[in-house]
Ligand binder design. Structure first.
Ligand code: FAD
Ligand code: NAP
Length: 446
């Protein structure tokens, strides 16, 4: 039987109706795994934005165009008969989890981890301090952050954290206008970055270079920028990787140390901007009045893999602070939540009967795009193990509920119109010119 076509055996409904909440990688990998099974499923992907793909659109750096190509395979999944997209529908606001559970045999939470973790130090609420989720959302044209308006007419920026998100942010801040022209960075961000007066970007790691979370390809990219030199103090780079690492992790860390050594040996001052890698420095206070003017850090040493404060502090002048220290999920009413770990409480993805979690909402905010694939496969297997045959109305009930509430949902065909309009609006060399407000997106449809 063709998937998604309702069938009945006597009075029994066979098609299993599944609502997937969130259209990022984890949501799409779940849909793909369900489609690949032999089961008869109807899959509805419910997304709060009119645009699909989660962090592939709103997180991945605009100058990493090839990474975004993964969305082509998600688009192929969305085009399957058994799949429907309900964009511009926020679960928790337009429809509740309890309502979805009434309507669908299975509900999968693939809502990601869109909130910034807090540093918990004084001064975090000052002007021109923005968490990485907000700042990245701003340059990637996420409607929630359209009006963030960071002031980049400053000399120095402090990025806290030495993961790949911190590297992405540092790199975007020192890209040339010509390179940004080839990307789909939001217009407002391109204008701000290209007219910025920033000369120094600091990346602060609270532990040493061995413990840094960035990967080597991303680190090496920092050595090949047109406008900026990477700056590292050779004294901060240990001679060898110490600590309890797997062979693979040890090799990766040795590669990072080799790259940092090569950076440290370079002549300085060759380019107009500098990206400084500073290790063993933990932030203790963000300085200034209403607006940030500096950052106070405590020197640390690493003991058994942990940062231990030495009591010695130093200050760095900067007009913008961006903590890039990780993410957390939003609690959803009616769904058990682990506030300490910032993710949905579940047992291997099972939240409650008929309710599942995948991706960052399940595991927390770590892992690359492909890390979400096994989650999708596992959730699909669990659903098919738990539910032999469908008994709930699914799509028809959701459409009726949204119509009754006057929600203007965005179908896949609608998204394709938005997508085409963005591509038509692109200037030479850029893949698309993003709409950055929901109103603009809906206006081209209605
Ligand atoms: P998400 O991608 O966040 O998707 C969640 C979706 O759920 C979103 O579309 C959101 O709008 C939707 N949603 C949330 N709440 C609701 C609700 N209440 N109702 C309906 N919908 C909702 N990995 C790489 O491999 N390469 C990279 O270059 C890379 N760059 C990254 C850059 C950044 C800044 C970040 C933060 C991560 C990056 N990653 C990268 C990691 C990768 O993006 C994640 O592993 C992946 O996106 C997690 O997928 P997810 O589906 O769990 O969450
Ligand atoms: P991450 O890799 O976990 O890095 C977070 C950084 O913040 C770490 O250096 C961490 O230090 C630091 N940190 C955390 N709490 C801190 C605190 N209170 N004070 C000071 N520093 C603190 O997270 P991420 O950079 O957000 O990336 C999330 C995931 O997305 C990762 O798996 C990443 O690989 C992936 N990603 C991939 C790419 C890519 O492939 N190009 C790009 C972006 C993101 P400690 O280690 O000491 O905790």
């Amino acid at each position: 039987m063709r998937p998604g076509i309702r069938a009945s055996a006597g009075d029994e409904q066979i098609t299993i109706s599944v609502a997937i909440v969130g259209s990022g990688p984890a949501g799409f990998y779940t849909a793909e795994a369900l489609l690949r099974s032999d089961a008869d499923v109807a899959i509805d992907i419910v997304e709060r934005l009119p645009t699909p793909f989660g962090l592939i659109r709103a997180g991945v750096a605009p100058d990493h165009e090839k990474t975004r190509n993964v969305s082509r395979s998600y688009a192929a999944t969305a085009a399957e008969d058994a799949v429907r997209f309900f964009g511009n529908v926020e679960v928790g606001k337009d429809v509740t989890i309890a309502e979805l559970q009434e309507m669908y045999d299975a509900v999968v939470l693939a809502v990601g981890a869109p909130k910034d973790r807090k540093l918990g130090i004084p001064g975090e609420d000052k002007g021109n301090v923005f968490g990485s989720a907000d700042f990245v959302g701003w340059y990637n044209g996420h409607p929630d952050f359209r009006n963030l308006d960071p002031d980049l007419n400053i000399d120095a920026v402090a990025v806290i954290g030495v993961g790949n998100v911190a590297i992405d942010i540092a790199r975007i801040l020192v890209r040339t206008g010509g390179r940004l022209d080839q990307t789909d960075i939001a217009d407002h961000a391109k204008a701000a970055v290209t007219s910025a007066s920033i000369t120094d970007v600091y990346l602060f790691g609270r532990r040493g270079p061995v413990e840094a979370k960035f990967t080597n390809v991303e680190l090496r990219e920092m050595g090949a920028l047109t406008l900026a030199d990477p700056v590292v103090d050779a004294d901060q780079i240990p001679a060898e990787v110490t600590g309890d690492w797997s062979d693979r992790d040890r090799r990766l860390r040795e590669r990072n140390l080799a790259t940092l050594r090569e950076f440290a040996a370079r002549p300085r001052g060759q380019k107009p901007k500098q990206v400084h890698f500073v290790f063993c420095a933990a932030p203790v206070e963000i300085l200034g009045g209403d607006t940030v003017t500096g950052l106070r850090l405590e020197r640390t040493r690493v003991e058994s893999g942990r940062a231990v404060g030495t009591g010695e502090t130093f200050d760095v002048s900067c007009g913008l602070v961006i903590p890039a220290i990780g993410y957390a999920s939003h609690p959803i009413p009616g769904v058990p939540f682990n506030a300490d770990r910032g993710r949905i409480e579940c047992q291997d993805g099972r939240v409650a009967p008929g309710l599942y979690a995948v991706g960052w909402a399940k595991r927390g905010p770590t892992g690359v795009i492909g890390t979400n694939k096994p989650d999708g496969k596992q959730a699909a297997a669990q659903i098919l193990e738990d539910i032999a045959a469908g008994s709930k109305p699914g799509r028809d009930a959701l459409e009726a509920a949204l119509a009754a509430k006057g929600v203007r949902w965005v179908s896949w065909e609608d998204w394709q119109k938005i997508d085409a309009a963005e591509q038509r609006a692109a200037q030479d060399g850029s893949p698309r010119r993003k709409f950055t407000t929901i109103a603009e997106m809906i206006s081209i449809l209605d």
